[in-house]
Write a protein that binds this ligand. Structure first.
Ligand code: FE
Length: 131
């Protein structure tokens, strides 16, 4: 059986333009409202054209000592220059960057998954300590 782990790509976000970066505090208090930002292209911009763009980023949380993973947010980036006049002639582009406010009850790992319409699935993760 083919697994997601077999097809999810990763790497250093400073060298690989597809890797989603996760911007979040290193520590937080239980139930503190914290901002988490996900972004593709922090260091090396990814193309944003009708033919080649980041379609979505999903953000998950895997608490320590928990069997399950929880979806925190699902960001769809839906404008990439499409228009009646043709590809890339449109008036709007959505950049693949988004912020959500979350409250956590335990330490764990923030996990992001992004999708490029021609280069597939990419992942990254970041630990957060909750006291
Ligand atoms: Fe790409």
């Amino acid at each position: 059986m083919k697994k997601f782990a077999d097809v999810l790509q990763s790497g250093d976000w400073k060298a690989e333009k597809h890797v989603p970066t996760i911007l979040a505090p290193e520590t937080a208090k239980v139930d503190q409202a914290i901002e988490v930002t996900v972004h593709v292209g922090s260091d090396i911009p990814h193309p944003n054209t009708t033919e080649h763009h980041i379609r979505w980023i999903k953000l998950f949380f895997h608490p320590d000592n928990d069997k399950f993973t929880y979806e925190l947010a699902d960001f769809q980036f839906t404008a990439h220059g499409e228009a009646v006049a043709g590809a890339n002639a449109g008036p709007a582009h959505t950049e693949p960057k988004a912020t959500v406010v979350v409250k956590l009850k335990s330490s764990g790992t923030l996990m992001a998954m992004s999708y490029c319409n021609i280069h597939g699935l990419w992942e990254n993760s970041k630990r957060i300590e909750v006291q």
